[in-house]
Design a protein around this ligand. Structure first.
Ligand code: FAD
Length: 313
């Protein structure tokens, strides 16, 4: 493996999701060489729902000079409300998003995840974009005293001084790192999944007389709702606690989706409105498991995990 003495410091990144692409902007500005290996063939896949952007992320966007493009895509929330999921009586109403804005310059802002990923990719300068290699699925990692060598499923290899694992909640980098630490070969980790979420991949028709720029949480034992209501973006999610923790990965069928919606159709999403009043305007509704957990060691030698890759158990 080449050592740093024979070439400039170089970072290999696994994954071109939100965190990998943000890292690409940062490293480009810092003049640090990098390559990103992304398993998908499409740099901005149409997956995901609405994201809430907190002030610290807005600040990073501003520092990376991305605000000009991202600001028009975002809508500020003004009010935060918590209601009972059973009968929609008000538990709490606050102008928390506006207070955040007053103290931090930005409040809570919402935008579609697809727009964010697309903007992060298209806003990369050409030189940086050429370092995002698509269709490259990280398979194994070799590490020694001078660097790392990452091998993809198609045999493609990249060398660098460090490896950043930004490959999401089912991170292959995490498995490889743990295997190197324990001197074993990578194996699948089973984690306890305790809840699932149903969230449209499209949007919902805004509830006509509901106040806009509002976030509303409907709480209830075993199931809860979240409704985000802007002028351009309107979306909801249902969170369901599983009857018992499971370590199995589920692939949900259309019947599962219908049943989950039906099971919680009575839950209130806003005062006077329940799940059954919401109309999808496109896309699908995908239950998926909440796989996030905690790991105690998120780096080892020349490998570091970031973003969702470090959220696995
Ligand atoms: C329902 C839900 C709602 C959320 N809402 C919000 C929110 O409102 N606000 C917020 O800030 N966050 C939210 N999050 C969290 C946020 O979406 C994630 O934290 C974020 O997407 C993590 O980014 P990431 O880059 O670490 O992972 P990802 O976005 O998952 O990207 C990982 C990338 O790695 C690639 N990859 C995977 N394996 C490999 C491999 N072996 N080789 C190469 N590439 C690989 C994937 O294709 C993908 O492109 C939400 C998450 C969920 C599940």
């Amino acid at each position: 493996m080449d050592s740093q003495q024979t070439r400039p410091f170089r970072i290999v990144i696994a994954g071109a999701g939100l965190v990998g692409l943000t890292a690409a902007h940062i490293l480009h500005h810092a003049h640090i060489d990098f390559v990103i290996l992304e398993k998908r063939g499409d740099p901005s896949p149409k997956v995901g729902s609405v994201m809430t952007i907190w002030p610290q992320t807005s600040r990073i966007f501003q520092q990376l000079r991305l605000s000009e493009v991202l600001d028009p895509l975002m809508e500020s929330l003004r009010t935060s409300m918590v209601i009972s999921g059973d009968d929609s009586h008000t538990i709490d109403v606050s102008d928390f998003p506006s207070v955040l804005e007053k103290h931090h310059g930005w409040g809570l802002r919402i935008l579609l995840r697809t727009q964010l990923v697309e903007a992060l990719y298209t806003m990369l300068p050409e030189e940086a974009k050429s370092k995002v290699l698509l269709g490259k699925q990280v398979e194994s990692v070799y590490m020694d005293k001078v660097g790392v060598q990452v091998t993809c499923q198609d045999g493609h290899k990249e060398e660098g001084d460090i490896l950043i694992g930004a490959d999401g909640v089912r991170s292959r980098t995490r498995l490889c790192m743990e295997a190197l630490r324990q001197h074993k070969s990578p194996m699948i980790w089973m984690r306890d999944i305790k809840a699932r979420i149903a969230q449209p991949t499209g949007q919902v028709e805004p509830l006509s007389d509901a106040p806009s720029h509002m976030k509303c949480d409907g709480v209830n034992y075993g199931g809860a709702t979240q409704y985000l209501h802007g002028k351009k973006v309107s979306c909801f999610a249902i969170y369901e606690k599983l009857a018992k923790p499971s370590s199995k990965h589920h692939r949900y069928t259309d019947d599962d989706k219908r049943e989950m919606l039906e099971r919680w159709s009575h839950l209130m999403v806003m005062p006077n409105y329940s799940v059954r009043d919401l109309k999808l305007t496109g896309g699908n509704i995908g239950p998926y498991d909440c796989e996030e957990g905690f790991i105690s060691d998120w780096y080892h030698g020349r490998i570091v995990l970031v973003g969702d890759a470090k959220s696995g158990r």
